[in-house]
Design a protein around this ligand. Structure first.
Ligand code: AMP
Length: 547
């Protein structure tokens, strides 16, 4: 690899003493014991003494509040289990180019220990270069990142950089064997690459990301900010400010002008290395912001290279959950909405409410004009309620309970197949989703209502599993419960009707994730959905969740 740095380990072994020690650090407001591990043997011993799941935060040291947030997030319990947090401090020579700042990269182990411990680290692992890459440069395995993932942004401008990152992280993960790996969204391209590395190699670790942490002026914390003098710091601010303006304008419906943005950043005295608009997951260029997109830049401020990015979107995120009747969509959708702080758009309830009204008015389903007139005059409302249960009102009458009756259930597929009903409700749902920030479930949400949803899920289960769930629901609601075989036949017939109707049949959108929920409990399905959401939507875009 021509651009790989030739490193001199001896001169950069900054922590040569490889003896395990405990030091007491007394900071301004705290006094703690910080356990510093140096060798692989230290690490192995420490690891063998832990009884809780291990959370891992890899860093290059020179810690700041951004790293602090990663440590705090890592510490937070996962499903009520406490994590022991290990922070590694390792300036990885493989990720620096020959003319880059490996030798001068800021290093201060005492200060790092003090900060890491203050934020909640239980141990720090600061190995030497020789400990991680013994032998000379040509004597260890290296990971090659797929060219697509590094064809843009820092990948294009720092050849070999991500191969170096991927190599060291795989090595560290194999040695630490953590349950959870916490990474910053600050290095978005790195995050995407490492997530794919972990998925491709099947490494048994959960990746949790943390949004970019900024100072009060908006400058992203970075170890390299130490290189900036005060006037450069002021100048550097024009990068996050320009990106933030672009994000705001996109939300307001303005078309992004990359050339103009480039000029305006240059005019502020920053030298633009790259400024690109990409699909945030594929890391390939896009030419519009119809979907969530990544606007990322690298600039030189004086001699210091800074990177930053923002996400552009025209509305808040949408999750579309489709699937056959009885797959448990409404229960899990409600729970996901609550956990992520999204609105819950229960489209099934809308079809049920219209069905209820048609029955109530005694209108024949063949009478198209009477139904169209009814729809024109109907006022349909979904109102969030303190109890967490959403109220359904039609023409100001509360039909929340009535629409769950077996009579409505047996008629709703036929009503939902009527063209005029479909048209009226689909257009109402689109209006409700204009600003996004919601999760909707139904039969055609990902295909017809919100084809641009950030996450589309096809939630399903076998007909027998669904019959069992339906039977339990009916029992709980106090209705007479038919035998399981009849319930299953009813479900199979409803699937047939839903999938074969002419207008918006139930089909899985091409880009939907299929989740088969047989044998999963509600909590497991909700967790799986939230994991899928987090794969698609950065914390920075939708942080306010109680996951
Ligand atoms: P580094 O020490 O620069 O290798 O970074 C170690 C980890 O901290 C990486 O996962 C980074 O993405 C993350 N990180 C660095 N700066 C920030 C920041 N300002 N906000 C959030 N995470 C950050």
């Amino acid at each position: 690899m021509p651009n790989e740095p030739a490193f001199n380990k001896a001169s950069h072994d900054i922590y040569p003493n490889s003896v395990q020690k405990s030091i007491a650090i007394v900071g301004d407001h705290f006094s703690v014991n910080c356990h510093i591990l140096k060798t692989k043997a230290d690490l192995q011993l420490w690891r063998s003494q832990q009884n809780s799941p291990i959370g891992f935060v890899p860093t290059m040291g020179s810690l700041h509040k951004g790293h602090g947030e990663l440590i705090k997030t890592c510490k937070k319990s996962d499903n009520n289990q406490h994590h022991v947090v290990l922070v590694s401090i390792f300036v990885n020579p493989l990720q620096f180019g020959p003319k880059e700042d490996f030798a001068n990269y800021p290093r201060d182990l005492d200060q790092d220990c003090s900060l890491a411990t203050k934020y909640g680290a239980d141990a720090i692992w600061a190995p030497s270069v020789d400990e991680i890459f013994p032998g000379d440069d040509g004597s260890h395995f290296k990971i090659k990142v797929p060219s697509r993932l590094q064809a843009h942004l820092c990948g294009r401008n720092r050849p070999g950089h991500f191969d170096g990152v991927a190599t060291v992280i795989s090595k560290l993960l194999c040695l630490v064997k953590p349950n959870v790996l916490v990474l910053g969204e600050k290095d978005w391209q790195q995050l995407v690459i490492l997530k794919q590395l972990i998925r491709d190699l099947g490494l048994p670790v959960k990746v949790v990301s943390v949004k970019t942490i900024r100072d009060k002026n908006g400058l992203a914390y970075s170890s390299r900010n130490l290189y900036l003098n005060s006037s450069e710091k002021e100048k550097a601010l024009s990068l996050p400010r320009s990106l933030a303006i672009a994000a705001k304008q996109t939300l307001e419906g303005k078309v992004l002008d990359l050339k103009q943005l480039h000029s305006s950043i240059t005019e502020k005295g920053l030298e633009v290395e790259y400024l690109e608009l990409l699909d945030p997951h594929l890391l390939q260029p896009v030419d519009n912001t119809n979907k969530l997109s990544l606007l990322a830049a690298a600039v030189r401020c004086g001699k210091t290279r800074l990177i930053d990015h923002t996400f552009l979107m025209q509305r808040q995120p949408i999750i579309a959950i489709d699937g056959p009747a009885g797959a448990g969509k409404s229960t899990v959708t409600k729970a996901v909405a609550k956990k992520l702080g999204l609105l819950y758009l229960d489209t099934g309830a809308m079809y049920r409410a219209v069905t209820w009204l048609i029955k109530e008015e005694g209108i024949n389903l063949q009478n198209e004009s009477a139904i169209t007139q009814l729809l024109d005059q109907a006022k349909l409302e979904l109102k969030p309620h303190k109890s967490g249960k959403q109220k359904v009102l039609i023409n100001e009458q509360d039909v929340t309970e009535a629409i769950r009756s077996p009579e409505v259930t047996s008629l709703v597929s036929e009503v939902a197949a009527l063209g005029n009903v479909r048209l009226a409700l689909t257009s109402q749902q689109k209006n409700m989703g204009f600003h996004g920030g919601l999760v909707a479930e139904g039969r055609d949400i990902g295909t017809a209502v919100f084809p641009n949803a950030e996450l589309k899920v096809f939630l399903t289960a076998s007909s027998l599993e669904r019959a069992k769930r339906r039977s339990n629901d009916l029992k709980q609601q106090g209705y007479l419960v038919p035998n399981l075989k009849d319930l299953e036949s009813e479900i199979i017939e409803r699937d047939r009707l839903d999938s074969s109707r002419e207008i918006s049949p139930l089909i899985k959108a091409i880009d939907a994730e299929e989740l088969i929920t047989d044998g999963m409990n509600i909590e497991e399905v909700v967790d799986a959905l939230i994991t899928l959401f987090r794969l698609k939507v950065p914390q920075e875009v939708w942080p306010n969740s109680s996951e």
